[in-house]
Design a protein around this ligand. Structure first.
Ligand SMILES: [Zn+2]
Length: 103
């Protein structure tokens, strides 16, 4: 992520490549639009909040962060950028590893 080497293959970017690419990945919890019903308003909101806070106090801060939002940035060389665009979710990764093991 320093812009000097490809974060995927380790190739030096500024010396060996004319072009480099930056990938930004953001992973966040997707909730439905907030809808408040009459039933919600009649519930004990303060009690629910206290219970939620008590639960969160017992959790690992990293685990909590993972559940809400994470972002990543990587520098890629042109070859790795092409591979990333072909398979951004790494769906074919398992298949490629199996093929390599077979040869
Ligand atoms: Zn690379």
């Amino acid at each position: 992520m320093d812009g000097l080497v490809c974060d995927r293959c380790g190739e030096t970017l500024l010396l060996d490549s004319d072009v480099r690419y930056r990938v930004k990945i953001e992973v966040f919890a997707a909730y439905d639009p907030l809808e408040i019903s009459k039933n919600d308003l009649q519930q004990n909101i303060e009690g629910k909040m206290e219970k939620l806070i008590r639960q969160m106090e017992k959790m690992d801060p990293e685990e909590l962060q993972d559940q809400v939002h994470r972002s990543f940035e990587y520098d890629l060389c042109p070859d790795c950028q092409r591979d990333f665009l072909r398979d951004p979710l790494g769906k074919n990764l398992g298949r490629i590893i199996k093929e390599d093991e077979g040869t």
